[in-house]
Design a protein around this ligand. Structure first.
Ligand code: CUA
Length: 322
């Protein structure tokens, strides 16, 4: 149901966001019109001189009926708008809680393009292929300035910031091609930082993935980088330098030297590579060098995928959290 000339509703969230929009717009218009009409009616009814001398005396006290009337017109709008708040908050919280088992696609934004990488290693620029009917989580970061990933047909929008990860998830409900825009002014070619979300039927999507054979998936690429950047020199089990063992690390709580405990998630791994002095693991010396400026965001995604794959040990460690 679209009353206004809105984009198509192509995700599971779209009809629900629109329902909220229509309801809030409707209630706001109704209340606005009612107040306007009342102002006009009162201006005429109580204009100077209209009451004459016959009702110069005003009641000094509110009668019970007047009190009930006043309570009614105060509480009714209050409840209406609190209801709208609760409704919107519910949608917002759901938007921030992606399904744990959903497949993840990794997005790097840069002036002026969107780069995507699937777990199987398939990469695309300016396009993102996803299957219909399945929740997809996007893990996004920016290589330079703030961008914003905006798919109107999905009613999905998320700012993408350099130096941190932002998540966005959606379940496409319609097959087809939908616009992707950058919705944050990010420089000269901001208006051309567009792309397409291509929603395919699940079987078609599998064919699309298979038709793009990659030499290596993300974890395998990460494994090669782990060697190339010299990570293995310290983090391998038989290394001479004492560094934390990364097997089963992903998702596990990590006790830090400062007494706090953090979860080893994507954010933690990224920060450990770029800002190793920030969260030093308890019992270890802060000797790891920073890789800031030497390693790309895509490579950090690959390394993270590799470290995550180390969690798939026979004991199944590290799989408790995402
Ligand atoms: Cu990127 Cu605007």
């Amino acid at each position: 149901m679209t009353l206004l000339p809105l984009p198509p509703q192509a995700s599971s969230a779209a009809p629900r966001v629109d329902a909220l929009l229509y309801t809030v717009t409707g209630v706001t218009c109704a209340v606005g019109v009612a107040i306007c009409l009342t102002i006009v009616a009162f201006a005429i009814r109580y204009r100077a001189g209209s009451l004459g001398r016959r009702r110069s005396r005003r009641p000094s006290r509110q009668t019970p009926a007047q009190r009930r009337l006043e309570l009614a017109w105060t509480l009714t709008p209050l409840l209406l708008f609190l209801g709208a708040f609760a409704w919107a908050a519910n949608l917002y919280i759901e938007r921030g809680s992606p399904p744990v088992s959903a497949p993840r696609v990794f997005i790097v934004a840069k002036q002026w393009m969107w780069k995507a990488q699937h777990a199987g290693g398939q990469r695309e620029v300016g396009e993102l292929h996803v299957p219909r009917g399945q929740p997809i989580v996007l893990v996004m970061t920016s290589q330079d300035v703030i961008h914003s990933f905006f798919v109107p047909a999905f009613r999905a929008k998320q700012d993408v910031l350099p130096g941190r990860y932002a998540e966005l998830w959606f379940t496409p409900t319609e097959a087809g091609r939908f616009h992707l825009f950058c919705a944050e002014y990010c420089g000269t070619d901001h208006s051309r930082m567009r792309g397409d979300i291509v929603v395919l039927e699940p079987a078609e999507f599998q064919r699309w993935l298979a038709a793009r054979p990659e030499t290596a998936d993300m974890a395998m690429r990460g494994k090669a980088l782990f060697r190339d950047y010299g990570c293995s020199g310290c983090h391998d089990a038989n290394a001479t330098v004492r560094a934390p063992d990364l097997a089963g690390l992903y998702g596990r709580p990590v006790p830090l030297a400062n007494g706090t405990v953090v979860a080893a998630d994507d954010r933690y791994i990224r920060d450990s590579i770029l800002l190793p002095a920030k969260e030093v693991v308890a019992g270890y010396e802060p000797i790891m060098p920073s890789y800031a400026g030497r390693i790309g965001d895509d490579e950090i995604f690959d390394l993270t995928a590799y470290i995550r794959s180390l969690g798939k040990s026979p004991e199944g460690r590290g799989e408790a959290l995402r």
